[in-house]
Design a protein around this ligand. Structure first.
Ligand SMILES: NC(=O)c1ccc[n+]([C@@H]2O[C@H](COP(=O)([O-])OP(=O)(O)OC[C@H]3O[C@@H](n4cnc5c(N)ncnc54)[C@H](O)[C@@H]3O)[C@@H](O)[C@H]2O)c1
Length: 317
C-alpha cells in the first residue's frame, strides 16, 4: 500500500479520488487552502494540510514520505480565471510548477490535472490527445501551460508525470448553488427547486459528460502510467449529449417537467466537445463504467438527501 499527497483533495473531484484511494487501502494526505473545498468532505483519518499550493515550503513538508502526488488544486472556474487573470495564473500554472519542482527534488511521480479546456476552439470530433490545442480562455491556456511544464519536468528534471484532461465532470458533491458549477449540477438543482432551466444558445451544443467516480479511477490508473514522456490522457466517455437532451433526461428522471427558457449563447461557448477515450483505454485499461442515466440518478438522489427531501420516484428507478 502507498501513501499519497492529493492537492485540492477537499474539492469535488479530489474528495472522490481521496475516497477511492482510501478504499484501496492507501494512506492519504491532503493539501488544500479550502477556498472552494470543504474540510467535511474528507474523512477524519485523512491528514489535512491547509496551505496554498504555490507555497513551496508547504509543499516540501507535505511531500515528505509520500510515494506519489495527485495534483488537483486549481481555480476551476473559467469565469473566475477570466476575471482574475494574473491571480488565477499564479494558482493554476505557478502552483503546478511548484508541485513539479517539489516533487522533482524527491523524484515523486505526479499525476496532475489539465482540462478539456485546452482544446478551446478545436473542431475535430472526437477530440484526441493529438488534436492541436487551441485554448480560448486564461484557464485553458494555463492548463496547457501545465502540460508543457510537465514535458520540461520529464526532459530536464527527470520527473515522471501523467496529465489528465477531464471533460465535463458531474456527480454527487458538486455544489449546485455555485455559479461556477457544471451544467448538470445547475440543472439538477433548478429542477429539484421547481425553477426554470435556462439554456444558453439553441441547446444543440454537445458535451461529453463523465461521472466523477470514473474520473477518480482515471487518476488512480494514471499513477501506474507515469513517465518522463509526460503522457496525457483524456478522461471522457466518447458519448455526445446535447444540452437540450440533457435537460430532457433530467426532467424525465426527476419526474418534473420544468420550464425551459433559451438565452443568448455565451461568448466563446464551444459547439462540440466530445473526447476519444481510446488512449486511456489502451494504455491505462480505463473505460467509463457509469452511463449518464445512472449517474444522473445518483446525482439527483444525492441532492435530495442533502436537502433532506424524499428521493423522487423516477430517480429511484
Ligand atoms: N469539474 C470539472 O468538470 C473539471 C473539468 C476539467 C478539469 N477540472 C480540474 O479538476 C481539478 C478539480 O476541480 P473540481 O471541479 O474538483 O474543483 P473544486 O473547486 O471543487 O476543487 C479544487 C480544490 O482546489 C482547492 N484550491 C483552490 N485553490 C487552491 C490553492 N491556491 N491552494 C490549495 N488549494 C487550492 C480548493 O479549495 C478545492 O478544494 C481542477 O484542477 C480543475 O481545473 C475540473
Amino acid at each position: 500500500m502507498s501513501k499519497y499527497l492529493v492537492t485540492g483533495g477537499c474539492g469535488f473531484i479530489g474528495s472522490h479520488l481521496v475516497n477511492l484511494l482510501l478504499a484501496g487501502g492507501h494512506t492519504v494526505r491532503v493539501l488544500d487552502d479550502l477556498s472552494t473545498g470543504r474540510r467535511e468532505t474528507i474523512s477524519s483519518g485523512v491528514e489535512l494540510v491547509v496551505a496554498d499550493v504555490a507555497d513551496r515550503a508547504a509543499l516540501d513538508t507535505a511531500m515528505r514520505d509520500v510515494d506519489g502526488c495527485f495534483h488537483l488544486a486549481a481555480i476551476a472556474s473559467v469565469e473566475q480565471c477570466t476575471r482574475d487573470w494574473a491571480g488565477s495564473h499564479r494558482v493554476n500554472l505557478t502552483g503546478t510548477i511548484a508541485v513539479f519542482e517539489a516533487a522533482a527534488v524527491r523524484r515523486i511521480p505526479v499525476v496532475y490535472t489539465s482540462s478539456a479546456a485546452v482544446f478551446g476552439s478545436a473542431s475535430e470530433r472526437p477530440l484526441r490527445e493529438t488534436t492541436p490545442a487551441t485554448p480560448i480562455s486564461a484557464y485553458g491556456a494555463d492548463k496547457l501551460g501545465c502540460e508543457l511544464h510537465a514535458r520540461v519536468a520529464g526532459l530536464v528534471y527527470d520527473l515522471p508525470t501523467a496529465g489528465i484532461r477531464p471533460f465535463n465532470v458531474y456527480g454527487p458533491g458538486q455544489d449546485p448553488r455555485s455559479p461556477y458549477s457544471g451544467v448538470i449540477s445547475l440543472f439538477c438543482g433548478l429542477v429539484s427547486e421547481g425553477k426554470t432551466l435556462t439554456i444558453n444558445g439553441d441547446g444543440q451544443q454537445v458535451r461529453d459528460f463523465i461521472y466523477v467516480d470514473d474520473v477518480a479511477r482515471v487518476f488512480a490508473a494514471a499513477m501506474g502510467g507515469v513517465s518522463t514522456d509526460a503522457r496525457i490522457y483524456c478522461a471522457c466517455t466518447g458519448h455526445p449529449t446535447s444540452v437540450l437532451e440533457l435537460a430532457k433526461l433530467i426532467s424525465e428522471l426527476s419526474g418534473v417537467a420544468p420550464k425551459i427558457a433559451f438565452a443568448e449563447a455565451r461568448r466563446g461557448d464551444v459547439r462540440n466537445s466530445v473526447g476519444d477515450p481510446a488512449r486511456a483505454r489502451s494504455e491505462l485499461g480505463f473505460s467509463a463504467s457509469v452511463d449518464l442515466r445512472s449517474g444522473l440518478r445518483r446525482t439527483l438522489e444525492w441532492m435530495a438527501s442533502e436537502r433532506g427531501a424524499p428521493v423522487m420516484a423516477a430517480a429511484r428507478r
